[in-house]
Write a protein that binds this ligand. Structure first.
Ligand code: SF4
Ligand code: SF4
Length: 369
């Protein structure tokens, strides 16, 4: 049987606005059967990096939170800290940027709780049976929540072609160490020119892998376990990530992390994809470039694979924006993501997720009027 994907377009009028349509979308997608009464519900979003403007509008998220609260539950907004140094690499700045971007309690009627805690180390080790990992490291608030509503801004991504529900689960729910393990097998390295020899990284390292030699820090790769704690603790930004550029491997690892989350929340998850402000890059960038296609609508489903497949198909069915980063494949049904990132096969994530039985690629699109 095909997975059901519910679709609300963005047409609105005086008797039916987008708020009405979002409530109808969630009702028809079965939110009441996924979230029981009196649940603590994690609403996984992306608050947007400082300078980014493409993240989902808070007013739409408020409608989703209202639907959850109306069923007698207590929702909270959540995301995990980033691997790289930025405005969202620890919980204090992360909550602050969420507030600046409009995700405050007054507007949302729900608190912001950073899932992997103050410095990205509050995690739960979830066992998985997969090719690359035997366990995955997930932000503890997501694991300890009763249910998960995963709200994703669908857009391009340089390593996975696009980022949608699967990426929001796999990368977005991982702790810092979990993110590091998806991105690279190589330990971080110290940029000697930037290191002042202050020793803060030495104190943070749980396995004494760092020492000072000739007044500069040095990482012993034989001892390093890749926990990533030294990356954000360094006040100079001298600890550099060795990014692994292998897209195929990255996507498979990301999907194994998604498996850890979906195993933990079986029958307690709803996915909502916003096909709006479809930028060529993810919301972790400190800017948002011109959209590659027009706004399309909002999708909801209990299947994270099918919703991403449907989202990719809908984006590719549009006319491309010739005033954007898109330089070819402007015609409907030409592949917009391969036009942006020719060396990335975005179908890897969908294929592997289906293989691991996270969901199905076949779907039926149902219009919500
Ligand atoms: S925390 Fe940064 S600046 Fe200080 S010793 Fe470590 S790498 Fe060098
Ligand atoms: S990644 Fe973790 S284990 Fe490796 S050097 Fe940094 S703090 Fe130590």
């Amino acid at each position: 049987m095909n997975a059901k994907i519910y679709f609300a377009d963005l047409r609105a009028n005086s008797s039916r606005n987008m708020s009405d349509k979002i409530h109808a979308l969630l009702d028809q997608a079965g939110i009441a059967s996924v979230i029981r009464n009196n649940n603590l519900v994690a609403v996984k979003v992306h608050f947007g990096e400082k300078g980014n403007t493409a993240f989902i509008r808070p007013i739409f998220i408020r409608d989703i939170l209202n639907s959850i609260s109306a069923l007698g539950n207590k929702p909270f907004l959540t995301d995990t800290n980033t691997l790289y140094r930025g405005e969202r690499s620890e919980a204090v700045s992360h909550v602050a940027i969420a507030l600046v971007h409009g995700f405050n309690f007054t507007a949302m009627a729900a608190p912001v709780i950073i899932a992997d805690g103050l410095r990205g180390a509050e995690e739960v080790r979830v066992p998985v049976k997969a090719k690359h990992f035997h366990e995955v490291l997930i932000g503890s608030a997501i694991i300890h929540a009763d249910a998960l509503v995963c709200v994703s801004h669908f857009k391009g991504h340089e390593l996975s072609g696009f980022g949608g529900a699967l990426k929001n689960l796999g990368m977005g729910c991982a702790s810092r160490e979990g993110k590091m393990k998806q991105h690279t097998d190589v330990c971080p390295a110290i940029e000697k020119k930037e290191c002042t020899g202050c020793g803060r990284c030495i104190a943070a390292c749980p396995v004494q892998a760092i020492a000072i030699t000739t007044k500069k820090a040095f990482i012993n790769n034989c001892l390093c376990i890749g926990c990533a704690k030294c990356i954000t603790i360094c006040p100079q930004g001298a600890v550099k990530i060795n990014w692994d550029e292998n897209s195929h491997l990255f996507q498979e690892k990301m999907i194994e992390y998604a498996l850890g989350v979906t195993q933990n929340k079986k029958h307690k998850m709803l996915f909502v994809n916003f096909l709006t402000d479809i930028s060529p890059q993810c919301d972790c960038y400190g800017h948002a470039d011109q959209c590659i296609v027009p706004d399309i609508g909002i999708l909801a489903s209990t299947d994270p694979v099918a919703i991403d497949q449907a989202s990719a198909d809908l984006v590719n069915s549009q006319y491309g924006n010739s005033c954007s980063a898109l330089k070819k494949n402007y015609e409907p049904f030409q592949d917009k993501f391969r036009a942006l990132y020719p060396s990335v096969d975005w179908e890897v994530q969908l294929d592997y997720a289906e293989q691991l039985r996270i969901g199905k690629r076949n779907y039926k699109l149902i219009n919500v009027l």
